[in-house]
Design a binder for this molecule. Sequence first.
Ligand code: DGL
Length: 270
Amino acid sequence: MSSSSAAIGVFDSGLGGLTVVRAMMRRLPAEALVYVGDTARVPYGPKSPVTVQRYALQIGEWLVEQGVKCVVVACNTATAHALPLLQTALPVPVVGVVEPGARAAARTATRGPVGVIGTAGTVASGVYERAIHALRPELSVISRPTPLLVPLVEEGWLEHAATRLVVREYLAPLKRAQVEALVLGCTHYPLLAPVVRAVMGDDVQLIDSAEETAADVAATLADHALLSSPSRGAQPRHRFIASDAPQHFLTLGQRFLGGALADVEHHVFT
Ligand code: DGL
């Protein structure tokens, strides 16, 4: 039986899930977080569903061993391939990022089409189309894999000329199709929002599932009576774990999270 004072477990294949952490810190400031970035095995995007399921289960089980009260899958590819598995296998509530993003897209779009960009694995799984059509069957959805964006973010090239070129090339068909909203269906992509916005123009709504996911986590904790009660003046203690190159994670992670990231532990998942 989990206690409300336990931490929330969060994982991603690398740094991108810190966009969800940032939203959770804003929405749930009293909650302690344990974040795993699987930097040894990033990217998950091109890997087979069965491999991603194995990685996700290893990390989910490890987070449960650390005593977390719920697990947030802050990775679209892991959510696409492994969410039902984790929800069955782990003894705590598990929240993914696809459903919240799809809900935001279905709420935002008036006429469509809706564009979705993500990793090869996420796009091939068709998970966003299914989730959007479950809510708005009439909306047309156009999905495109954009695999080069993840290494550009992991490199910290958020405003680089090479990044602008790649984004322009990838988004050209979506621009031609005049999408009304664009789901940033990968936890790394919100960090590229300024470049994506410059390419798509101000009329296209960019959907970042981080805020919606944080709202889902809050609702899930409330449903299970697991919301932590704020203790006077005390800041929650966060832990960050990388499965490889913790120093690189620390340097780039600090850019995304500022002071919240003071130290990164190293853990090898086998
Ligand atoms: N975290 C992954 C996602 O949100 C992107 C990075 C990767 O391919 O591992 O889909």
